[in-house]
Design a protein around this ligand. Structure first.
Ligand code: 13P
Ligand code: SF4
Length: 302
């Protein structure tokens, strides 16, 4: 294992490569990662880097987004089976027919979507900037794809904006029920409950804080409380336990696991980097149109 870590680090230097890792990845990936964080943070790193190769330890849409933002770079996804259940809920035909039902209404696209879907949308957003992005449109009606929960959460926060949502969700978060939160409150009355907005809005509104994976980690960093209930994928609570051994983190359910996020291994990272395989490619027309959607977000959201 140590040799593998050293070998990956050596390859990164030799090939001027960086490794971006999402906070849901297996925790040992952090040993070789240059940046670990949420979707927005990692997109920003893909935009800023001078590296020639980006290895994305995450899921397909994340690596694809890095390629859209940095087309001249080689973007590698160590395990090509790492998809996203939510992104797979909407394809090109479905976004087009959804838009056709509401002509003229701007379309906000959650980053958890394919390039083909982004290419049909006006502006992208992530869980950390969805409110800011919808607000920036200055309109009373928007379409929001594919995450109905995040869209409806945004609508609740921004009184006066109608958010018409597509019927997609992340099963990992969508399965959480209000009773999971009320039971946790009863069992851990002093704990702060931190929730990802991919949960149902009626679940999110029971939390002490609602935010992206990095938002949840930052919340813990900034506050002095000792006990937290984490309502998102296990990778976040694993990292919090590692970084704050004097505090207690309770994962809302044992099965908060994104199987796709857990596919990537150190061996696969090494293999992708050594042989420069599993490269992400895109048709130029789709890349350009999806790039407009992402660029618009990166301009609005600082
Ligand atoms: P974040 O942008 O909060 O990292 O969310 C990505 C994701 O896939 C959550 O399920
Ligand atoms: Fe997709 Fe859900 Fe996994 Fe996030 S946790 S990558 S939304 S399947």
């Amino acid at each position: 294992m140590k040799n593998l870590v050293n070998e990956i680090k050596r390859l990164k230097e030799e090939k001027n490569a960086i490794i971006l890792a999402h906070s849901y990845q297996n925790i040992e990936i952090d040993e070789v990662a240059d940046f670990v964080g949420d979707s927005l943070y990692l997109s920003r790193q893909a935009e800023k880097t001078n590296a020639d190769i980006i290895v994305f330890a995450g899921v397909y849409f994340m690596a694809q987004t890095a390629k859209i933002i940095s087309p001249a770079k080689k973007v590698l996804l160590p395990n090509l089976n790492a998809g996203c259940l939510m992104a797979d809920m909407i394809n090109h035909e479905q976004i087009v027919s959804f838009k056709n039902k509401y002509p003229g209404v701007p379309v906000v696209c959650y980053i958890n979507s394919t390039a083909e879907v982004k290419a049909e949308c006006d502006i992208c957003c992530t869980s950390s900037n969805a409110l800011e992005i919808v607000k920036s449109l200055n309109t009373s009606r928007v379409l929001f794809v594919p995450d109905a929960n995040l869209g409806k959460w945004v609508e609740k926060q921004l009184c006066g904006v109608e958010v018409i949502t597509y019927d997609g969700n992340c099963p990992v978060h969508h399965n959480i029920q209000k009773t999971d939160i009320t039971n946790a409150r009863q069992k851990f009355p002093d704990a702060k409950i931190l929730i990802h907005p991919e949960c149902k809005p009626e679940v999110s509104e029971l939390g002490d804080y609602v935010g992206s994976t990095s938002g949840i980690i930052d919340y813990v960093k900034k506050c002095k409380e000792k006990q937290f209930v984490i309502v998102t994928e296990k990778g976040v609570s694993d990292r919090l336990k590692r970084d704050y051994p004097d505090r207690e983190f309770i994962l809302i359910r044992d099965n908060m696991l994104c199987e796709s996020m857990k596919l990537t291994t150190l061996e696969e990272i090494w293999h992708a980097l050594e042989y420069e395989v599993n490269e992400i490619s895109l048709e130029e027309d789709v890349r350009k149109r999806s790039s407009n959607c992402i660029d618009r977000m990166l301009k609005v959201s600082v």
